[in-house]
Design a binder for this molecule. Structure first.
Ligand code: SF4
Length: 172
């Protein structure tokens, strides 16, 4: 299989961090440029319908290889918000948003994060602290190791397979 492979200097985007928290096989596939079904992907990432709830705030800010749902200022603090369909993948969502905060920090911009779950009428703050930075640093290493492997991680069914945009690639 051919396609882009992450090098040491490649930037890691938020979606790849999300994948790393869900399934290492997804990381390998995306790093190789294997495109998932876009609609499935948007649904799985919770980026359809519910984002319209926050249409007044939405900006889709691009920052390096990252794209935030919402960027706004609250009481003098920059706030990055991500809208998710459900809190089922909370750990992955926290890492993805933490990654955005870390990227901003590396550019000298402090910010706090908020995860929004409109269907659940819930919001969760994400603060970039030392444990989160260390966790992200480990994830970046894992991503680079997975991406540079010649073959994908072995197949193993998990709770996300049923709704995964790579389902056909893995299981047909
Ligand atoms: S279908 Fe399952 S094993 Fe394959 S990439 Fe998706 S979550 Fe991973």
């Amino acid at each position: 299989m051919t396609g882009p492979i992450l090098s040491e200097s490649a930037r890691i985007g938020g979606t790849l961090v999300w994948y790393a928290a869900i399934c290492s096989r997804q990381v390998w596939l995306m790093a190789r440029g294997v495109e998932p079904d876009r609609r499935d992907e948007l649904l799985r990432l919770g980026r359809l319908n519910d984002r319209e709830t926050y249409v007044r705030d939405r900006h889709d800010i691009s920052f390096g290889d990252n794209r935030f749902d919402i960027l706004r200022e609250e009481g003098g603090t920059l706030v990055v918000a991500e809208v998710k369909k459900s809190s089922r993948s909370m750990a992955a969502a926290r890492l993805q948003l933490g990654h955005y905060l870390y990227e901003l920090e590396k550019q000298g911009q402090e910010a706090k994060g908020v995860l929004l779950f409109p269907q659940e009428r819930r919001r969760e703050e994400v603060l970039l602290d030392e444990p989160l930075r260390k966790r992200l640093d480990r994830i970046y290493e894992e991503i680079r190791a997975i991406a540079s492997a010649a073959s994908p991680p072995p197949l193993a069914r998990c709770a996300y397979c049923r709704s995964c945009a790579y389902g056909e690639w893995c299981w047909s």
